[in-house]
Ligand binder design. Sequence first.
Ligand SMILES: O=C(O)CCC(=O)C(=O)O
Ligand SMILES: [Mn+2]
Length: 226
Amino acid sequence: MQPPVGRNGLLWSDWMKGSWNEKNGSMQAENTNPGKNLLSAGGIVQYYGPVLQQAKASAYFQALLHGIAWKNDEAVIFGKHYITKRKAAWYGNEGYAYSYSNTTKQALAWTPELVELKKLVEERSGASYNACLLNLYHNGGEGMAWHSDDEKSLVPGAPIASLSLGAERRFSLRHRQTGETLSVMLEHGSLLVMKGDTQTNWLHSLPKALKVKDPRINLTFRTMKE
Ligand SMILES: O=C(O)CCC(=O)C(=O)O
Ligand SMILES: [Mn+2]
């Protein structure tokens, strides 16, 4: 099994030490570059690259595609009710209610796959999480507009760990004051972590990418106030 080649100007082998764990399909490795912050100032965003063997990532993609209680996402913006083409689902520890975009969602109980993925991202990011928002983008015609994950129900500054499965998509960040913008391609099985003041100073988005025909699932593990 060859380790994957990064799409972001880095060779995986340049910054990873270790080997694939064939048993559970995860990269049994010491990531030598987890601390590299993509942001110039005002927050911390770390891209870890793939943390799952590609076949294992594909198996999780299929399990989540068929096993998650997907619903079209709803938003109320300037009093107008929108239903997105994108689907979403909300899982968490104890039936947490989660409010965003003026809608409230009740958390469902963790599935076995989500428990495994939560453990993996907790190990890699060195933080723990009590909830997860999942998004299903059927193709590149679906994305997510500029926003920050700064809802009152979240612990401010707590890491948000974003795991990507399926089609590779561009993830963009824009500084609220300076307008500085940067992007990273989120690979199949990859992990990105946002923490510190990122949600205060930066917006993020998943731009539409009309050439992309394949679906993508994103999981953001979060920490809700208890
Ligand atoms: O799909 C993504 O990578 C971003 C998702 C996101 O920003 C969110 O769920 O708040
Ligand atoms: Mn977000």
